[in-house]
Design a protein. Sequence first.
Length: 188
Amino acid sequence: MTNQEYWAQLSESATGLFSLGEIGIRQWRRFLCACYRRIDELVPHSDTRQVVETAEKFIDGRVGPDELARVCRDADRAADDAWQNVVLRKSPGSWTWPLSDEVDAVWVHYLVCSAAKETVQPELRPTILPDTAASVRAWAFARRNLRDAGFEVVSESARDLVQKEWDRLSTAEQEAQIQLLLQFVRES
């Protein structure tokens, strides 16, 4: 599946669900939460889990829109803080990052925060997509997989190899998300 096919499938399915009104919007929020749950084991702290739990409680009517909005503001701040941490680690004078475990960890943290934030948006739109959740596994494992296979993955010469593994992992997660989405659409 290409990136273009992934986006097209997500957009088409989101539009279809949103055309169902509140039931479809609830299903879309469930889908965003399910995409987050696919990466849950990679989350080293509980703050983002609590954000997603609030979204799930909102779906079930156990918290209201005011609580959802409050949690969304907190999640937005956490994602902004995590992004600032990512920016601090970029290579000077460019928008590239060194190949390191530290950089991988700050990217994973930022993407996890962003994926959680997507679940608690008070006004869901079909353009709120789980693409950040699809990238988490790639950032967490691309270099690790190559290192475990015996490759040296800290020098600039390894960047193309790391990118190919990142693309492979990201594509696999996108395909898994599409299968999950098709299940949610069938259940609507």
